[in-house]
Design a binder for this molecule. Structure first.
Ligand SMILES: C[S@@+](CC[C@H](N)C(=O)[O-])C[C@H]1O[C@@H](n2cnc3c(N)ncnc32)[C@H](O)[C@@H]1O
Length: 206
């Protein structure tokens, strides 16, 4: 994980988690439920406050929550104790010998994370995701548009912040082996002016 990005989340974990837990995510939750039935194996990458993983656990999904920042993982478990046995620290892309790469999931959620990855890391992530998603399984991945980044590829908090067009992201994921099924564009769930989100729904084709 990018060092400055990790340092930011580590020192603001409680504040970020409280903010993320308050976001309006009803459309995302409805989407997740519509793609895979309860009981499905789901992996969340960069899960932050644990909001979405906790939602899935309550509905009976076999959920694994991950985040690359240890302090965020601790905060998620504090806020959502039901994640205690389901949470682990994992920064993506993973090292080639990481045990998670041997797992297969019916759905992977990666919301609001890839802005913190450089292009080479995003390409590696796409290759790892196609390995970890079961045949006909789903990838739901979102990224933002419209953040102000005063320094090159860094936001005002120092986080690595690379915004891409949906076309660009689709092409990386397609090269990884996913078939785009739907692209949903939303206003910001935290209500910030000028920020919009693209949510990609992709399926692994065998
Ligand atoms: C903007 S927050 C989004 C949190 C949550 N997914 C949501 O939608 O509310 C980004 C999260 O991604 C995590 N993160 C950043 N880079 C990561 C990486 N390379 N691997 C895993 N997690 C990462 C951060 O620690 C943070 O919790």
């Amino acid at each position: 994980m990018d060092t400055l990005t990790s340092a930011y989340y580590a020192s603001h974990a409680a504040e970020c988690a409280a903010r993320y837990d308050a976001a309006d995510v009803l459309p995302l939750h409805e989407l997740l439920q519509s793609l895979a039935p309860a009981g499905s194996r789901v992996l969340e990458i960069g899960g932050g406050s644990g909001r979405d993983a906790a939602f899935l656990v309550h509905l009976g999904y076999d959920t694994t929550y991950t985040d690359g920042c240890e302090e965020m993982v601790r905060e998620a478990v504090k806020r959502h104790p039901e994640l205690a046995t389901k949470a682990r620290c994992a920064a993506f892309p993973l090292p080639d010998d990481h045990a998670l790469l041997l797992e297969r999931y019916d759905m992977v959620l990666c919301a609001a994370v890839i802005m913190h990855l450089d292009d080479a890391s995003l390409e590696r992530l796409a290759m790892q995701l196609v390995r970890m998603v079961a045949d006909t399984g789903w990838l739901v991945l979102s990224h933002s548009r419209g953040h102000r980044c005063p320094a090159r590829n860094r936001d005002s908090c120092g986080r690595l912040f690379i915004e891409r067009t949906p076309t660009n992201v689709n092409s990386v994921l397609r090269n990884g082996g996913f078939q785009p099924v739907e692209l949903i564009e939303n206003a910001d769930g935290l209500g910030r002016d000028g920020i919009t989100w693209a949510t990609h729904v992709l399926q692994k084709t065998s």
